[in-house]
Design a protein around this ligand. Structure first.
Ligand code: ADP
Ligand code: MG
Length: 348
């Protein structure tokens, strides 16, 4: 048994898959989560329930672990920063703070001369009047959004007026891109110019939630290279440690845009579990625990389907699977509409 105890903040399916990967490497996982029913408690070695601002419990968690990582973005910066004074938090808390905030994230990407969608911050009602240029667009809360939560399509200025926004929260308006395709690139960085990168993954969203992912992505050589190049530049600039995902849009004129960055393992990378010699989860654990980096090899093409809400039910009752199909049930207690309940990866 290795001596490493890895602390993970967040107990959703990504926490489960990180725990499974860690187990394979003989690393012990301790998960801290504010959901008493967190599904990852089925997969980790030890589970702690507590709020993300409960100082006493957090100190106890920190005392049990050697290094800390996280499986979702929306953790208070203060919490990560305090933990980081005692044990290394990776990726760094400052990286999470930047990416947590959609405006700061997009400003950062543009400073690297990397294209994003056009966007504008909205702080007060009068800001709305001069926004014709950004329409049709999508209004997004600047923080706490995921799976399309906190997003409103806006066709004309009046739509914004009708929303009755609570301006104590921050918003931004983003111009709608006429999408041809969405892709993502997953990269695990171990140190300066030391990384492994997965080939771009093609993604299809339904109702702003990821539904299908596949490799290879059907994109031009130029898009393939540009998306990987931009992802490497982002990871290097952030001095990132761990696995990071960059989500991209491709428009009908073959322009590439960065949509957003996820400072963590990503849903589109579930297929790396079966399609590569080292998954995005194992690479993340290897990187944050300072283990050896293994050259990445693709074993197979693959596609993944998310099972959302009650789509899980037939598979739970009778999972008839072929040899090239892999079903993962996240073991969430309650089936809810729009909730990611499981996935199936098929090797092609
Ligand atoms: P989340 O944090 O919820 O993943 P995203 O900004 O990635 O938020 O938006 C979710 C999905 O909504 C995207 O993957 C895309 O399909 C669609 N979407 C978001 N913004 C735009 C945009 N500006 N133009 C076109 N589609 C968009
Ligand atoms: Mg997204």
């Amino acid at each position: 048994m290795s001596e490493i105890n890895l602390g993970i903040i967040g107990g959703g399916q990504l926490g489960s898959m990180l725990s499974i990967a860690a187990k394979k490497l003989n690393i012990k996982t301790i998960i801290y989560c504010d959901d008493i029913d967190a599904p990852a408690q089925n997969f980790c070695d030890e589970f702690m329930f507590g709020k993300y601002d409960d100082k006493e419990k957090i100190l106890k968690f920190v005392s049990k672990v050697d290094v800390i990582t996280y499986e979702f973005e929306n953790i208070p910066f203060e919490t990560l920063n305090e933990m980081n004074k005692l044990k290394a938090v990776l990726p760094k808390p400052s990286v999470n703070r930047l990416i947590q905030h959609r405006l700061a994230e997009k400003d950062f990407i543009n400073k690297l001369n990397i294209r994003t969608t056009r966007y504008v911050g909205i702080e007060k009602k009068s800001d709305i009047e001069t926004l014709e240029d950004f329409l049709p667009g999508i209004l997004k809360t600047t923080t706490m959004g995921y799976d399309g939560k906190g997003q409103y399509p806006i066709k004309k200025i009046e739509d914004l007026n009708e929303l009755n926004l609570d301006f104590s929260k921050g918003y931004m308006l983003e111009k709608l891109v006429k999408l041809k395709k969405e892709i993502s690139v997953i990269i695990t960085r171990f140190g300066n110019h030391n990384f492994e990168i997965y080939e771009p993954i093609e993604n299809i969203h339904q109702d702003q939630i990821l539904k299908h992912s596949k490799i290879p992505a059907e994109v031009s050589q130029k898009i393939l290279e540009q998306s990987k190049d931009w992802s490497i530049r982002i990871a290097e600039e952030l001095k990132y440690i761990g696995t990071l995902c960059v989500e991209f849009f491709i428009d009908r004129n073959e322009n590439l845009y960065v949509n957003e960055i996820a400072p963590r393992v990503h849903n589109s990378g579930h297929l790396t579990i079966n399609a590569y010699n080292v998954s995005q989860f194992e690479n993340h654990v290897r990187s944050v625990c300072s283990l050896e980096k293994i050259p990445l090899k693709k074993l197979s093409n693959a596609k993944m389907i998310n099972l959302i809400g009650d789509q899980i039910e037939p598979y739970r009752q009778n999972p008839k699977l072929n040899d090239n199909e892999f079903f993962f049930d996240y073991l969430k207690k309650e089936i809810k509409k729009k909730r990611k309940m499981g996935h199936i990866t098929t090797l092609l």
